[in-house]
Design a protein around this ligand. Structure first.
Ligand code: SF4
Ligand code: SF4
Length: 168
């Protein structure tokens, strides 16, 4: 699941002003099959540690890797298996209730909503887009905003969290 293209201002009248249809068909394509990154914010990391009852240090060592990000930063991401499946995939998301915001807001990502042509292009890889449940403009916007606000943790921020955990 790849994400985080540069953010650009939304047009005054978005193409999705009347809503969009999306219902996951559980094809699993966005959880694996090809290289990508699932970036983790502080909220994501804490939720996953709580879900797996693991310390931050252990969760990062067991399930995470570092990824080069915009602006030359290095940020936290989930690992992939050798076949490019997400490390948390096992015939379904093993952390579904605590899955990262990047996953729960899909396909209402900022860059996918920039233009109808981008949305339609992405829909070629996701059989759930343009079918099933109707999402209102307000619901789409709520997800878009959540996605934008979910900033990946920088390496030094993770190191600080681990240090703080160790002195508790
Ligand atoms: S690619 Fe689309 S339909 Fe397939 S699992 Fe992901 S969200 Fe669901
Ligand atoms: S965290 Fe779960 S929903 Fe997200 S890519 Fe991994 S397996 Fe899929």
């Amino acid at each position: 699941m790849t994400t985080s293209q540069p953010i650009t201002p939304q047009p005054t009248t978005p193409f999705y002003k009347n809503g969009l249809n999306f219902e996951c068909q559980r094809c699993s394509f966005c959880c694996g099959h090809s290289p990508g990154f699932v970036y983790l914010s502080k909220r994501d990391l804490l939720a996953l540690c709580e879900f797996f009852k693991m310390t931050i240090k252990d969760f990062v060592a067991r399930y995470c890797r570092w990824a080069n990000y915009y602006g030359g930063t290095t940020v936290l991401s989930l690992q992939e298996k050798k076949n490019y499946d997400c490390i948390l995939w096992d015939s379904g998301c093993t952390a579904y209730k605590a899955r990262p915001v990047q996953c729960s807001t899909y396909p209402f990502w900022e860059w996918m909503l920039e233009e109808k042509s981008v949305w339609e292009d992405c829909a070629k890889d996701c059989p759930g887009m343009n079918c099933g449940h109707h999402w209102t403009f307000e619901e789409i916007e709520e997800n878009r905003r959540k996605y934008v606000a979910n900033i990946p943790l920088k390496k030094e921020e993770v190191e600080e969290l681990i240090k703080a955990e160790e002195v508790k």
